[in-house]
Write a protein that binds this ligand. Structure first.
Ligand code: AMP
Length: 122
């Protein structure tokens, strides 16, 4: 599927809509999720036009991939959630329930987060 340049994160990257920014570097932007699911809920996105984890890992440069991973770790430390623990995840495609078609990593922390998935959901 072709990258949709009208997705909400593309608009944030172009400065067309605001975000509550927590980090920016050459390859990465991070901002607070508008509908947080934990006391800390930050989204980390590449500046490049990648639809999902599939697309990003197939097409991004090593520098872009390293920048994403380093940003997640650095943000966990900077946001004060590294010591007590946190979770990062990326929803990918239909089964992953990805809603915004620009690759992003969720970073959650600030409270016990429970199990990764509900066992009852199979
Ligand atoms: P996903 O299901 O992984 O695609 O998650 C998309 C996330 O983007 C959700 O947690 C939304 O709350 C978040 N989101 C949507 N629009 C915005 C926005 N304008 N600013 C910040 N977060 C947003």
């Amino acid at each position: 599927m072709a990258y949709d340049p009208d997705n909400i994160f593309a608009k944030i990257l172009r400065g067309e809509i605001p975000c509550n920014k927590v980090h920016e570097d050459e390859h990465v932007l991070a901002f607070h999720d508008i509908n947080p699911l934990a006391p800390v809920h930050v989204l980390v996105i590449p500046k490049g036009a990648y639809e999902s984890m599939n697309d990003f890992t197939a097409k991004a440069s090593d520098a872009e991939i390293a920048a994403m991973f380093r940003a997640v770790g650095a943000l966990a430390r900077d946001l004060g959630i590294a010591a007590e623990g946190y979770r990062f995840l990326s929803n990918c495609g239909g089964h992953g329930h990805q809603e915004v078609p620009h690759f992003h990593v969720h970073l959650f922390g600030g409270r016990p987060l429970g199990r990764m998935l509900s066992r009852s959901a199979g």
